[in-house]
Design a protein around this ligand. Structure first.
Ligand code: AHM
Ligand code: MG
Length: 338
């Protein structure tokens, strides 16, 4: 007997029916984001044949050179999402301010944030990249929408996820009731459920960090990595393995699949910045997914989902993944602070 296949649409309808916690507008939003990701996947796969590699010749608000695919993915997500009536506004790594849904379309109650193409440095070298997204509800009690409305802690997210463009194109989603993974069936053109209730093991022997920054790290991060590197003979009494893809989506995907710890901590190169990664559309959605899969995510001091953002493109130090390891690094930070 062939196994019954569950599409993303069916999954969402059944979740809504069973738990009633996916309102119609949110379901539409997720379906539209998934459709946009399919379009982005097509561009990614074409590569040089689609003339999508290389730089766009522009810079984003963070002073980073934009790749053609950064710009294309941003446009695809906006075009797909602006007319459905499910959104009030959008914000993106690639746009300075918020994008308010134009007056000619109805305004919805949700707000969408995204990093349209995460892992930009990997685009031209044919290594896994992805789209990260976070969904917030527009605060009630006032008409219109402003940047201020986006400055909610990650614990308020209604949904979050990413789509990884790797050997397979896989959409990973949480609506606050566990984590599910859907792989794109290209012949059918639909995302098919491949894993429900994803769990991250609490312990791990694998860490992910950009080791070339070691000399710039704060002492608690150095201490943790030194202990891992000391292996069986060191205080941890076991050997560790290292991975660093330089696409957060790929590193997080591995952690959701087999455990591990990912860190992009504060470092001395830019002491005034809390970290490299952005809170609202990188750290928050990934932290929501990781917590929903039984892992943990902190900035060394506190749970990332409890951080109250001060601005749209705020950065944050990120430590996430297998619970016991994240708690260990966080404890090292707390000890150092005392
Ligand atoms: P991007 O959103 O511009 O691609 O930058 C974020 C990426 C993350 O995906 C990844 O973890 C990190 O930057 C890699 O940084 P580095 O090149 O410093 O190792
Ligand atoms: Mg990114």
């Amino acid at each position: 007997m062939t196994q019954k296949r569950v599409s993303l649409t069916q999954y969402l309808v059944e979740q809504q029916r069973m738990h009633g916690h996916i309102p119609g507008q949110l379901r539409l939003l997720i379906e539209v984001v998934a459709r946009a990701c399919k379009r982005i996947a097509i561009s990614v796969n074409k590569g040089a044949l689609g003339d999508v590699l290389g730089t766009a010749g522009t810079e984003n608000v963070q002073g980073e050179v934009q790749k053609k695919l950064d710009v294309i993915a941003n446009e695809v997500l906006i075009e797909a999402n602006e007319w459905g009536g499910h959104l009030a506004a959008m914000a993106s790594e690639e746009m300075d301010g918020i994008y308010v849904v134009p007056n000619r379309f109805p305004q919805g109650e949700y707000m969408l944030l995204f990093d349209p193409l995460d892992g930009s440095s990997n685009i031209d070298v044919n290594v896994s990249i992805g789209t990260i997204f976070s969904v917030l509800k527009k605060p009630e009690g006032h008409t219109g929408v402003s940047e201020e409305d986006f400055l909610q802690p990650g614990s308020q997210q209604a949904a979050a996820g990413y789509c990884i463009y790797g050997p397979q194109t896989t959409l990973v989603l949480t609506v606050g009731d566990g984590v599910a993974m859907f792989t794109l069936d290209r012949e059918q053109g639909s995302f098919v459920l491949v894993q429900d209730d994803v769990r991250i093991p609490a312990d791990t022997k694998e860490f992910a960090i950009n080791m070339s920054n070691m000399r710039h790290w704060a002492p608690p991060v150095r201490r943790y990595i030194d202990e891992c590197l000391a292996g069986k003979e060191g205080p941890r009494g076991k050997d560790f393995n290292m991975r660093w893809v330089a696409s957060m989506v790929a590193d997080v995907h591995r952690i959701l699949t087999r455990g591990g710890i990912f860190m992009y901590p504060w470092d001395q190169r830019e002491p005034d910045k809390p970290g490299k990664l952005r809170l609202l559309y990188e750290a928050n959605p990934m932290s929501f997914l990781v917590e929903q899969a039984g892992g943990a995510a902190t900035n060394g001091q506190q749970r990332i989902l409890d951080v109250k953002p001060g601005k749209l493109h705020e950065r944050v130090s990120v430590i996430l993944g297998s619970k016991n390891e994240v708690e260990r690094v966080t404890a090292y930070h707390q000890e150092a602070a005392r």
